[in-house]
Design a protein around this ligand. Structure first.
Ligand code: HEC
Ligand code: HEC
Ligand code: HEC
Ligand code: HEC
Ligand code: HEC
Ligand code: HEC
Ligand code: HEC
Ligand code: HEC
Length: 345
């Protein structure tokens, strides 16, 4: 096809489309005029002549001439007018919406600008999120996880129930945290469909935890129950072995996460990554790695910041992760750990 043919063809197709757009704009304006005549209560911005009202927006935003926003009315913001968030739409409508001109799209905001919009109604969620590393490191802002137009309020259409299930979290968080998500899927929490990421992580509080890990409340909010077995100090003592007594002050002796979420590298252990499979890493496995000529990562005994690893400066522990004979002794202690009274009987 020559350039000329191409231009002739595009003129042929473009002309009727422009007519159609003009007709739609006229229809939208008609809906707008009738809508304002029928007046609305003081909360609706339709009184300001630059605001046209949600019904007018929906004459186009049905998926044929413009993107389909009908889902919006099955979502948490169904009762809020389009222009409350997008600003006045008259100019956009007059222009037939063409290419989305003359209207605010918060999806185009620079990182960190959208929270101002959300804060008008969700001050707590915004304040909490602003203190997490997701925000301070520029990693994820509201629109990375939420889509205000979708039924569940998240970036993909999930169950209208606001509580994400495991499939939802895996999709939402897995995009950026593939390692933790893959390990989590192997944990009993996932295979038994018992706990989601949200059981331990609250993305809207500074520490990002639903309870502190240091004093075991993170795990004990569920496991300190009759059904899950660790419901008394004696039960925790029994579980963690005589040498890791229950430690409500949180100084570290029986800390669940040091054994069950061991760090995977030797430097910056507190910053992660941590193994999310919840399977403990035995000292015997460390020796297997040493035998293969590898530099072993910390195991459950070496733990966070080197509980039993003299190779971590300042830990003062008598065992050394790099010494197979030390690991053999540790493994003997380890074999006495992990029982749950009810399950043992
Ligand atoms: C006459 C038809 C028409 C009407 C009425 C209309 N739009 Fe649009 N709108 C469009 C078209 C066409 C686009 C561009 C294609 C797309 O994004 O779907 C668009 C795009 C948009 C965008 C995306 C802008 C961007 O930068 O990507 C937003 C936001 C938007 N419209 C909001 C609204 C709101 C709010 C209303 C009511 C105040 C409204 N529209 C009314 C036709 C319309
Ligand atoms: C609670 C605030 C809020 C309300 C109410 C709202 N929007 Fe949006 N809208 C947003 C945000 C935030 C984005 C950016 C989403 C993104 O890109 O992740 C957006 C994006 C859009 C887009 C561009 C993306 C797309 O899906 O095409 C259009 C078009 C749009 N909105 C139209 C509408 C219409 C029409 C209404 C009313 C039926 C409406 N919005 C109501 C906040 C809102
Ligand atoms: C004009 C007020 C308003 C604005 C602005 C607003 N929201 Fe909302 N939002 C609401 C209301 C009202 C609800 C429904 C609350 C409910 O059902 O308990 C809601 C619900 C939600 C929910 C579901 C929470 C739940 O409890 O089900 C999420 C997620 C959400 N909003 C995110 C956002 C994000 C992200 C933004 C900014 C892009 C935003 N909202 C902007 C008023 C607003
Ligand atoms: C890393 C992902 C992520 C980011 C970023 C994020 N959220 Fe959330 N948000 C969630 C999850 C997960 C939930 C919890 C859903 C549940 O359990 O009900 C939630 C819940 C909410 C809720 C309902 C519960 C509540 O705390 O009121 C609102 C409102 C909300 N978010 C708004 C926002 C706003 C506004 C921003 C931006 C400042 C934001 N979120 C950023 C993932 C995120
Ligand atoms: C758009 C990408 C993205 C998404 C989506 C995302 N995250 Fe993150 N998240 C990050 C990045 C990047 C960091 C690391 C910041 C750093 O420390 O460098 C992080 C850090 C974290 C941290 C550590 C917080 C801290 O204070 O140390 C937790 C916990 C976390 N994310 C959980 C989640 C969960 C749960 C979800 C799903 C609801 C999620 N994230 C969704 C990118 C994302
Ligand atoms: C929201 C509640 C909740 C939280 C928080 C929680 N758990 Fe669980 N956990 C459960 C439930 C429920 C089961 C399944 C019990 C069953 O069906 O046998 C479980 C099972 C387990 C299992 C056994 C997995 C298997 O393969 O059978 C381990 C190990 C475990 N949890 C460790 C932890 C640790 C460590 C923490 C804290 C970092 C923690 N849990 C936090 C509720 C929770
Ligand atoms: C049983 C509780 C629990 C569950 C469930 C859980 N996490 Fe975690 N997560 C933790 C703990 C505890 C830490 C911090 C470990 C530490 O600092 O000792 C953590 C740390 C993180 C971090 C920071 C980097 C790291 O590895 O230390 C990210 C990112 C993260 N989790 C993402 C997720 C995602 C995504 C899910 C779901 C797929 C999830 N977590 C499920 C307890 C949990
Ligand atoms: C000193 C290390 C250590 C500490 C601290 C520890 N655990 Fe364990 N835990 C183990 C070992 C070892 C097992 C046996 C299974 C394995 O090797 O992964 C186990 C198994 C479990 C199981 C599965 C039991 C079963 O048979 O179904 C649960 C649940 C559990 N631990 C929860 C916790 C909780 C909650 C805490 C904190 C109160 C905690 N653990 C503290 C080492 C520890």
């Amino acid at each position: 096809m020559s350039i000329l043919d191409y231009r002739r063809q595009s003129v042929r197709t473009a002309a009727p489309r422009r007519l159609y757009q003009a007709a739609l704009a006229a229809l939208a304006l008609a809906v707008f005029v009738l809508g304002t005549a029928a007046s609305v209560d003081g909360c609706t911005p339709a009184r300001d002549p630059r605001f046209v009202g949600t019904a007018t927006c929906m004459t186009c935003h049905k998926g044929i001439t413009a993107s389909d926003l009908r889902d919006h009315f099955a979502g948490p913001h169904a009762a809020i007018d389009c222009e409350t968030c997008h600003g006045p739409g008259l100019e956009h409508v007059r222009a037939g919406g063409r290419n989305g001109i003359l209207i605010d799209n918060p999806g185009d905001d620079p990182f960190g600008a959208t929270p101002d919009l959300c804060a008008r109604c969700h001050a707590d969620a915004v304040d909490g999120h602003a203190m997490t590393t997701h925000f301070t490191k520029g990693a994820a802002s509201c629109n990375d996880c939420h889509n205000v137009h979708k039924p569940g309020g998240f970036v993909f259409a999930s169950d209208p129930d606001r509580f994400l299930d495991n499939a939802g979290y895996v999709q939402l968080c897995g995009e950026c945290h593939a390692q933790q998500t893959g390990e989590f899927l192997r944990s009993g929490h996932a295979t038994k469909d018992a706990v989601t990421c949200g059981g331990c992580h609250d993305l809207h509080v500074p520490a990002t935890f639903t309870a502190p890990p240091e004093n075991n409340q993170l795990c004990q909010q569920c496991h300190a129950s009759f059904f899950l077995g660790l419901d008394s100090p004696e039960a925790v003592d029994f579980h963690t072995g005589a040498f890791h007594p229950v430690d409500p002050a949180g100084s570290g002796a029986s800390r669940c996460v040091t054994c069950h979420l061991p760090p995977q590298r030797r430097t910056n252990q507190d910053r992660g990554p941590h193994d999310h499979s919840l399977l403990t890493l035995r000292p015997a496995e460390t020796n297997a790695l040493i035998a293969q000529g590898m530099t072993p990562p910390p195991n459950s005994c070496a733990g966070i910041l080197g509980c039993h690893d003299a190779s971590v400066p300042g830990s003062g522990a008598p065992f050394n992760l790099d010494h197979p004979s030390d690991n053999t002794v540790l493994q003997r202690f380890f074999d006495q750990i992990g029982g749950i009274p009810e399950k043992v009987q």
